[in-house]
Design a protein around this ligand. Sequence first.
Ligand code: HEM
Length: 147
Amino acid sequence: MVHFTAEEKATITGLWAKVNVEEAGGEALGRLLIVYPWTQRFFDSFGNLYSESAIMGNPKVKAHGRKVLNSFGDAIKHMDDLKGTFADLSELHCDKLHVDPENFRLLGNVLVVVLARRFGGEFTPELQASFQKVVTGVANALAHRYH
Ligand code: HEM
């Protein structure tokens, strides 16, 4: 299990309060679909994903990205119980959608890239390390049903 110190929790929560969930969520999901195109097959119902600009401008990508990022927000509120927090979503992604858990890691890493891009120098190596723990914890919790 991933463990967070009080200091890590404080820096993570502090940065997260400044994240524009709508924009960063759309960017993260859009980048996932572009950089790892096999992830597109889960999103047939999203319509036009034919080019980079179509993906980044697709309102369904934006809306779903926001949902996903709100879910990361929940993780940040419950860092000591990621497994419990993601129990239902693990069932959805593993038992119903059959998403390969490697993709959870990829999305987490894309989110780290998005934060680095948006916060620049403020996203110090230390903050990166803390966030990397969050995204790893979320990926493990989501994959829990496979274990
Ligand atoms: C790693 C972090 C991820 C989080 C926190 C997350 C979170 C969520 C949430 C909150 C929902 C909405 C559930 C609902 O409406 O009840 C959802 C749905 C879904 N997720 Fe994820 N997800 C993640 C990764 C992924 C990945 C990597 C894929 C596929 C490559 C994926 C595919 C889907 C699909 C297909 C749906 C249903 C979409 C729909 O038709 O509405 N998710 N996810």
